[in-house]
Write a protein that binds this ligand. Structure first.
Ligand SMILES: Cc1cc2nc3c(=O)[nH]c(=O)nc-3n(C[C@H](O)[C@H](O)[C@H](O)COP(=O)(O)OP(=O)(O)OC[C@H]3O[C@@H](n4cnc5c(N)ncnc54)[C@H](O)[C@@H]3O)c2cc1C
Length: 483
């Protein structure tokens, strides 16, 4: 029986590490919070399609079970929670009892946070294939872009600890985090700063040495580092996270790539949070500033010290985040397409079903074509990235930045275009706050900025392809040598 977590207390469905059937008893009480008629926030659940569509990939039985399970969670947990959160004030969203915490606790109680980890870090005994990861990510994105983002930023510090952490850090922090089934731990990724948004994404820009002093600086002290400064107001889950994966410029001199990467406990003196941001989209994940006023970071929490490894690490981390978010974006696009398809089949206009009109047919076809092509490319990019990240195997020479950035740019653009077309198909109803397609449009628009703007990601990819097009492997050594 595969293991899911260090406690080894759960058994698994389909050998893939997510609880189903009788093991869901505890989770059901959490789910009931969303499905109860007494739900104080009200629910809007659109599950049209039921997760049924022809997937051109050959899924195994296990993979099919996992997709059904992830879709069920998207329908029963993520969509209702996201719908409620979207209508709440920023402070309501982060107050105790908010659907945000219940949704996160449900995902943890079901073991989703372990699903993507290697076996040695508490993941399934057999590591999830890249295809299965893509399938699950698409379902999470279909359910809620914000909650999928919260899920991913929670995993980021854990994944980095599993690769770069000392045994002591793993035992003290990673193991309880992975074993947690109630949502006691929550991570965030604190990289951008008020005056350095795109700057942190433009690692390959030859002018990056002119970007100036970072706003979060790490100073060397006995036994570790001290952090002073702040991160931007857009840190996903920043207002509620217990720990942050932090990029901080070492000493405050040189380029932004003269930085370190550390996991920082946010429940300690010197940490302060700004108010949660009130954004147009992705409102189901709270974003906010984190201030650091003399915050101690012990040496063991520094996963990547300042030095030649840091720029290569950051570049490869962006390959991973780009490949992952691109699969989530496909889920957003599919959700918008399915809303439009359902509407076109059921709305009567012009003497018959909307779907009888040629312009609607062509629009639906165009949306379908884009979702399908985005799915194919983003899956290929994630598979390449997973296989080639340093450490993935003895032969792994690094993932391709130009391909992962292209996947992110392509999938985000398609999510936006499809959501835009869906709104047009739905007509005035789609502009109403009561329409899911209206939320999907706002989310898809926000996605063009989240995790790097399309322009900056495309420029980064362009620099890589101009310099490295003929190379089939990533030149980690050259990058370290030129640091
Ligand atoms: C929903 C959401 C979630 C987010 N989550 C996180 C998170 O978890 N952690 C985190 O740290 N940050 C997060 N961010 C921040 C996000 O990464 C930044 O917003 C993004 O990188 C762009 O930075 P900026 O908003 O400061 O825009 P700017 O960098 O100011 O860019 C403004 C405009 O100028 C263009 N531009 C900027 N620089 C260049 C350049 N060098 N060349 C050409 N064009 C340029 C951009 O394309 C853009 O159109 C999130 C943002 C959003 C919207």
């Amino acid at each position: 029986m595969p293991r899911t977590g260090h406690g080894g207390s759960t058994s698994n469905a389909g050998n893939l590490g997510v609880r189903t059937g009788s093991q869901e008893a505890d989770a059901q009480s959490l789910l009931a919070l969303f499905t109860s008629a007494d739900d104080p926030y009200g629910c809007h659940v659109s599950s049209f399609g039921g997760g049924q569509f022809l997937d051109l990939a050959e899924l195994t039985d296990d993979e099919r079970v996992l997709r059904q399970e992830a879709h069920r969670i998207a329908v029963e947990v993520l969509r209702p929670a996201a719908w409620s959160l979207d209508r709440m004030t920023p402070m309501e969203r982060i107050s105790p009892g908010s659907p945000f915490f219940t949704a996160m606790a449900t995902l943890k109680s079901l073991g989703y946070h372990r699903l993507f980890l290697p076996p040695e870090a508490g993941g399934p005994d057999q590591r999830l294939s890249a295809l299965t990861q893509s399938v699950v990510l698409e379902e999470l994105g279909w359910g809620s872009l914000g909650l999928a983002t919260a899920f991913l930023v929670d995993m980021l510090p854990v994944m980095c600890m599993s690769n770069f952490g000392s045994q002591e850090l793993k035992d003290d922090l990673m193991v309880p985090w992975v074993d947690d089934e109630t949502g006691s731990y929550h991570g965030c990724w604190a990289i951008t700063e008020p005056d350095h948004g795109s700057d942190f994404i433009s690692v390959r820009d030859s002018e990056s040495s002119t970007y100036g002093r970072a706003q979060l600086v790490a100073e060397r002290v006995d036994g570790g580092w001290v952090l002073r400064g702040q991160k931007s107001a857009w840190v996903s889950s920043g207002p509620i996270a217990t720990h942050a994966a932090v990029h901080a410029q070492a000493g405050g001199d040189g380029d932004l790539v003269h930085s370190l990467f550390a996991v920082v406990d946010l429940d300690q003196p010197g940490v302060r949070r700004g108010p949660p941001a009130d954004m147009m989209g992705v409102r189901d994940d709270p974003q906010g500033e984190i201030f650091f006023d003399g915050v101690a970071v012990p040496e063991r929490n520094v996963l990547v010290p300042p030095g030649p490894l840091y720029p290569a690490f950051q570049d490869q981390l962006l390959c991973l985040t780009s490949s992952v978010i691109s699969n989530v974006a496909v889920g957003v696009a599919r959700a918008a397409f399915e809303e439009a398809l359902h509407h076109a089949r059921t709305r009567i206009q012009g003497g018959g079903q909307l779907s009888r009109h040629k312009n609607i047919q062509l629009t639906l076809y165009g949306m379908f074509e884009r979702v399908e092509t985005a799915r194919a490319y983003t899956r290929a990019a994630l598979a390449h990235t997973q296989a080639n990240l340093p450490g993935a195997s003895e032969l792994a020479a690094g993932a391709s930045p130009r391909h992962s950035r292209a996947a992110q740019v392509f999938a985000k653009r398609i999510a936006y275009e499809v959501a835009h077309d869906a709104l047009q198909v739905v007509g005035a109803q789609g502009l109403s706050h009561d329409a899911l397609v209206e939320k999907l449009f706002r989310d898809a628009r926000s996605l063009l900025i989240e995790d790097g703007t399309l322009e900056v990601l495309a420029l980064d990819a362009a620099r890589d392809l101009i310099d490295n097009y003929e190379r089939t492997d990533y030149d980690l050594e050259e990058m370290m040598a030129t640091w």
